[in-house]
Design a protein around this ligand. Structure first.
Ligand SMILES: Cc1cc2nc3c(=O)[nH]c(=O)nc-3n(C[C@H](O)[C@H](O)[C@H](O)COP(=O)(O)OP(=O)(O)OC[C@H]3O[C@@H](n4cnc5c(N)ncnc54)[C@H](O)[C@@H]3O)c2cc1C
Ligand SMILES: NC(=O)c1ccc[n+]([C@@H]2O[C@H](COP(=O)([O-])OP(=O)(O)OC[C@H]3O[C@@H](n4cnc5c(N)ncnc54)[C@H](O)[C@@H]3O)[C@@H](O)[C@H]2O)c1
Length: 480
């Protein structure tokens, strides 16, 4: 075996966490190697998760004519004729382009990309096993190592995944027809997003979940409105259920028997029952760190494992397991590893964006969380159909909900459901980052007509509620 090739940093895994770590370390002037077992970089974010699912959603909205229906009340949908090629064409182009862009940036930063599967030999050495037909191994050695190997779909034993019409979220991208009916197992983020997308395409969707609330981490008003809207779209929820058996004949419908005894017959099954990690395959014992019972890598606030020069970021460390936060963690870890204070911690507020139909997004405290913390609050709400832009786009269910700390009217939470919610939340997020609140919204001139103007309307609502609550006339409110 030739001697190990020396680097300052080895990164294992080229998803958003790993790539951000590698680019950051290169920017700090370090010699960096990144090991990726896939043919392309980008990880789940670019190749199997975030970007594909969001692109498919956008295509589905277009080919199903959903927006046209809302605007002119006419079904101009082409969905009955839509073929799977129509659905996936744009997704393939966007995904390839994004992976190429990430790779180009790595190359421009001078990061060396090793194609193969990485595994620890000892605390400083990573062995890269190249895929066949080239095969063989290569050892890399570095002072610092960052693990960013991501996660993969959980596969409950009850489902025969070898069946061509039973999919996890990775395999879904290779379906060969648009199903007529679909059972989605798991109403988490992935399940909810795909349920909405297929429903928009006219697929009969059943959503089965062990819980009884949709996305319980959301503000209850959002969760409730989303569930209602999904039901109106035709999605059938089966709460507090579990699949006990799954009979999948070669042809004909797949039969699911649920815990309650209910039976469902569907064309395809999509299992979105959470994610798991393959960290045990890295030989962590050779490096000297352990795993949690769920197979995740425990880290400290600097993303260091118990072995001080080995870091872990992204899905492999667990919550929040997002592309956005994984990149942030990668940057923090790389800066810490090389003593840079350019980015010492994650951003103070981390938003969540869910691409259901309609979109949902939030940052900061929910009304419930604020009340549990005994923070005196006032809530402002503005509905899309009270706003001229909302009326123009025909969004009847959307709303913006702002949570203000009552004394100073400082913004502490933003919750949006409706078109462009994942973009709209950023206005509130930026205000929260500045420590601002109602005054800033009132002082700001928004374009007219825009959804952004909802912030002003929701602020007025909060101010009026505050004056009702405190029994003061509105004029005295300039005091805050
Ligand atoms: C369907 C779906 C939709 C999603 N939508 C969103 C969204 O809208 N917004 C959002 O923020 N997040 C979303 N996510 C989550 C997001 O994709 C992940 O949080 C993010 O990709 C995690 O980044 P990562 O760098 O930790 O790992 P990954 O992106 O999973 O990358 C890990 C990389 O490591 C490689 N690897 C693994 N083991 C080895 C090894 N031993 N050697 C070498 N390479 C290895 C893998 O091939 C992979 O390329 C979604 C996920 C899914 C599945
Ligand atoms: N827009 C986004 O930010 C976005 C989109 C998709 C995925 N993601 C990330 O991907 C991760 C994984 O998403 P996910 O939806 O797979 O997992 P999840 O953990 O969010 O949801 C899994 C759901 O499946 C249910 N469940 C699990 N096993 C079940 C069973 N046997 N029968 C019935 N219900 C069952 C759970 O009750 C839960 O509601 C998320 O944590 C999220 O961070 C983010």
């Amino acid at each position: 075996m030739p001697p190990a090739i020396e680097y300052d940093l080895i990164v294992i895994g080229a998803g958003p966490g790993g790539v951000a770590a590698a680019d950051t370390a290169a920017l700090l002037g370090k010699r960096v190697a990144i090991v990726e077992r896939n043919t392309v970089v980008g990880g789940a974010a670019v190749n199997t998760g975030t970007i594909p699912s969001k692109t498919l959603r956008e295509t589905a909205l277009a080919i199903a004519g959903v927006k046209a229906r809302a605007l002119i009340g006419v079904d101009v949908s082409v969905r009955r004729e839509a073929k799977i090629e129509d659905l996936v064409r744009h997704e393939r182009v966007v995904t390839a382009s994004e992976a190429h862009q990430m790779r180009t940036l790595l190359d421009r930063y001078g990061v060396t990309v090793y194609r193969g599967t990485g595994k620890f030999v000892d605390q400083h050495t990573v062995r890269v096993t190249r895929p066949s037909p080239i095969g063989g191994t290569e050892d890399l050695r570095a002072d610092k190592i960052i693990i960013a190997i991501g996660s993969c779909p959980m596969r409950p034993a009850v489902f025969p995944f070898e069946h061509p019409r039973i999919h996890d979220s990775d395999e879904l991208l290779y379906i060969t027809t648009i199903p007529r009916s679909l059972a989605v197992i798991g109403g988490g983020v992935i399940g909810s997003e795909y349920a909405c997308m297929f429903s928009a395409l006219g697929v009969r969707v059943h959503l089965i979940d062990g819980r009884d609330v949709l996305l319980p981490f959301l503000d209850p008003d959002l969760s409730h409105t989303l569930a209602q809207t999904m039901e109106r779209q035709g999605i059938v929820f089966h709460w507090k259920e579990q699949v006990e058996s799954c009979k999948a004949p070669r042809s004909g419908e797949i039969e699911l028997r649920l815990k309650s005894g209910k039976e469902l017959a569907v064309g395809h099954v999509l299992v979105c029952a959470g994610r798991t990690s393959y960290a045990d395959r890295l030989a962590p014992e050779a490096a000297g760190f352990g795993l949690t019972p769920r197979g995740l890598i425990p880290v400290d606030e600097h993303f260091r494992t118990t072995v001080q020069h080995i870091y872990a970021v992204g899905d492999v460390i667990g919550f929040p397991a997002l592309a956005s936060t994984s990149s942030e963690q990668g940057r923090v870890a790389a800066c810490h590893a090389f003593g840079s204070n350019a980015k010492q911690a994650l951003a103070q507020y981390l938003p969540a964006g869910i691409y259901t139909i309609p979109e949902v997004s939030s940052v900061g405290l929910t009304e419930q969380q604020a009340r549990e913390k005994n923070i005196p609050i006032v809530v402002g709400r503005a509905d899309y159909d009270q706003n001229p832009r909302g009326k123009i786009i025909g969004d009847k269910t959307g709303f913006l909900k702002l949570i203000f700390e009552r004394d100073e009217m400082k913004l502490i939470g933003v919750h949006v459901i409706g078109e462009q919610a994942t973009e709209l939340v950023h206005i509130g997020l930026t205000v929260m980052m500045t420590g601002g609140g109602a005054n800033l919204f009132l002082a700001t001139c928004f374009n007219y007509p825009t959804l952004g103007d909802l912030y002003k309307l929701a602020t007025h609502d909060a101010i009026l509620k505050r004056s009702e609550l405190l029994g003061r006339v509105q004029a005295s409110l300039s005091r805050w």
